[in-house]
Design a protein around this ligand. Structure first.
Ligand code: AOF
Ligand code: ZN
Length: 366
């Protein structure tokens, strides 16, 4: 029904207003409609705080009785940090619930719908389902795999270089594209680079806007087998405010490990070596639901080889650098034939400004 689509669009808009602040919870929006009028609306703003439905039902008050609830995710049926929304919907005497998509959380997964139907509430599922899935691409991936959703961001010239033959790379893209990247960083739980990038660029790896740090910062993750991260590196500054986790091997020099620990870094030795899979498992266990990989070439290449990339965001600067030895975004072994090349799906191409374009896509692994 057209009306259902419109109200669900409104609920999706509400959900999006909390982008980057609900982890590890999903983005959820809810709208209560009675006799053609919106009487309540809400969004889930932060984990531990009320769910979207609760905000919307509170706003609706007595008007909820006999009303329709539009919600972007199946109302929960479990006691988590908050009580079940399905119960709240039933006791508010909502008569119809329109849901965009079922909650893949094994604690819910259809039980919310069942609870509502058992109580005599009319339930419709699947309105704007694709939009709702994309809205929560991070949550859906994490809750089903226990690994963070991996986005690899690259910035290269038109001829595919991420630095010149001498290693110079400041800046490939212009300021508008760089602002995008800071917004992207704000939205993720962690950012990852290899020690080569720390040594070459000495990045701060924080999310900033107009030179000011956002209130919420992603964890900084460095892959560093030999613990070569210099004690003067910017990623080791203000670790009490922005944590830095360094993944290394069990054999890494103890002296350097102690020095990094004294700096306040978290050093994580991985038995059996720092593989992509081991890193993702440990990050997932530590509650990291989304990871932005910012290279360089070797790290990006190992994520590619491990088939561990969910999304690619590539900035391409309309400049030419040339040079046989100049690095490209994905190093590593590489695939041998075109048949093995990873195809991107659901692609979007957008011009950021005269200088830069942005390409988004989802690698198809099967
Ligand atoms: C909803 N509405 O707005 C959200 C839902 O620990 P809790 O109590 O916050 O529960 C978190 C789980 O609840 C989360 O993993 C997801 O399954 C669901 N999130 N459900 O009905 C909401 N945020
Ligand atoms: Zn809930």
């Amino acid at each position: 029904m057209e009306r259902d689509n419109q109200y669900m669009d409104m609920a999706i808009g509400l959900a999006k207003s909390a982008t980057g602040q609900t982890s590890p919870n999903p983005l959820v929006g809810a709208v209560v409609v009675k006799d053609g009028a919106v009487v309540g609306m809400g969004a889930h703003l932060r984990a531990g705080e009320p769910h979207a439905e609760v905000h919307a039902l509170r706003m609706a008050g007595d008007n909820a009785s006999g009303a329709t609830l539009y919600v972007t995710l199946e109302p929960c049926s479990h006691h988590g940090k908050t009580p079940p929304c399905a119960d709240a919907v039933i006791s508010a005497e909502i008569t119809r619930v329109v849901i965009a998509i079922l909650d893949p959380n094994p604690l819910v997964a259809g039980n919310g719908v069942q609870k509502l139907r058992d109580a005599g509430v009319e339930v419709t599922v699947g309105v704007k389902e694709e939009e709702a899935r994309q809205l929560n691409e991070v949550f859906f991936h994490y809750i089903t795999t226990k690994h963070p959703f991996v986005t690899v961001k690259t910035a290269s010239t038109l001829d595919g270089k991420i630095a010149s033959v001498t290693g110079h790379s400041r800046w490939i893209t212009g300021s508008a594209a760089r602002d995008h990247v800071h917004e992207l960083r704000r939205q993720v739980d962690a950012i990852l680079v290899g020690v080569g990038t720390v040594l070459a660029d000495d990045p701060e790896l924080t999310a900033r806007c107009d030179g000011q740090r956002y209130g919420r910062q992603p964890v900084r993750v460095v892959l560093d087998n030999q613990l070569r991260t210099p004690l003067s590196a910017r990623v080791l500054q203000e670790v009490e405010k922005v944590p830095t986790w360094i993944f290394t091997t069990a054999e890494a020099p103890a002296e350097q490990r102690d020095a990094l620990l004294a700096k306040g870094a978290v050093v994580i030795p991985v038995a059996g070596g720092v593989t992509v899979d081991a890193v993702l498992t440990i990050l997932g266990e530590r509650g990291i639901t989304s990871l932005l990989v910012e290279g360089g070439a070797e790290v990006n290449g190992s994520f590619l080889q491990a088939r561990a990339i969910q999304k690619i965001i590539s900035y391409v600067s309309l400049k030419l650098l040339g040079g046989n030895g100049a690095p490209t975004p994905f190093g590593g072994q590489g695939f041998v034939t075109m048949d093995e090349a990873v195809v991107l799906t659901q692609t979007q191409v957008e011009q950021v400004d005269e200088q830069d374009i942005r390409i988004i896509g989802y690698p198809k692994w099967s």
